[in-house]
Design a protein around this ligand. Structure first.
Ligand code: ADP
Ligand code: MG
Length: 238
């Protein structure tokens, strides 16, 4: 279960109101994409959901439970960072197991979960390598593996493909969509790339200056953009 609800969520940094107020529900199992121009508040909104930032006001619920004041570890969400966040001196196995080790999970259960994640991500034969001995795509899969082993209610991705080259980005897009089909876990995916949004999302959330301009399926947004901004951003002809 991974239903995420934001109720009038506001965020200010000092005097600067970055998120003036967002109401939004992401259904259990949905692939939601936050899209919008650089600086519009996508990362901030994701970090508020993750608990890495505190809301200025409003509420965040996960499966109906108020987690507004809960620390990140209590939210059962896993944030996927870009692949450069891997530990270069640790093996793939240790990188993937790292959050479980931090949580002091018994070794046998750690290894069971690492093996399962490696199978899902096709990393079985790379577990004893170090990140430096992997391709960019494999490194990104290790970063995803580190999230999978936590068996979260939802995955939060912040532009996970932005430092990969164009060809690899296309492959990883497909891989992440397949992962979503396999796991059927809620995913919230931040990007400024319209093509990623249109090809991956069940639901697109278009943000502009910290506000939700429109929420809908890729087709609905393309066919019926609410305004010129959405039309321009989605590349709709209307
Ligand atoms: P996006 O991810 O859409 O590019 P961000 O959420 O990173 O946008 O940033 C939204 C706005 O909030 C930007 O103007 C940014 O400068 C500001 N901002 C983000 N984090 C902080 C912070 N910790 N302190 C002050 N301002 C911040
Ligand atoms: Mg960002």
């Amino acid at each position: 279960m991974g239903r995420i609800t934001l109720e009038n969520v506001r965020k200010a940094f000092g005097d600067v109101e970055v998120i003036p107020g967002v109401d939004l529900t992401i259904e259990d199992g949905e692939f939601a994409v936050f899209v919008g121009p650089s600086g519009c508040g996508k990362s901030t909104l994701l970090r508020l959901i993750a608990g890495l930032e505190d809301v200025t006001s409003g509420r965040i619920l996960i499966d109906g439970q108020d987690v507004t004041a809960a620390p990140p570890a209590r939210r059962r969400l896993a944030m996927v960072f870009q692949s450069y966040a891997l530990y270069p001196h640790m093996s793939v196995r240790k990188n993937i197991a790292f959050p479980l080790k931090m949580a002091k999970m018994p070794e046998a259960e750690q290894q069971r979960r690492v093996a399962k994640a490696a199978r899902i991500l096709n990393l079985d034969s790379y577990l004893d390598r170090r990140p430096g001995q992997l391709s960019g795509g494999q490194r990104q899969r290790v970063a995803i593996g580190r999230a999978i082993v936590r068996e979260p209610e939802a995955f939060l991705f912040d532009e996970p493909l932005s430092n990969l080259d164009a060809a690899l980005r296309v492959n990883m897009r497909v891989e992440i969509s397949q992962l979503h089909n396999n796991l059927k876990t809620t995913m919230v995916y931040v990007t400024h790339d319209q093509v990623e949004a249109m090809t991956m999302a069940d639901k697109i959330v278009v943000l502009r200056a910290g506000r939700v301009e429109q929420v809908g399926s890729p087709l609905a947004l393309y066919n019926k953009p609410a305004n010129k901004f959405v039309a321009g951003f989605i590349g709709s002809p209307n």
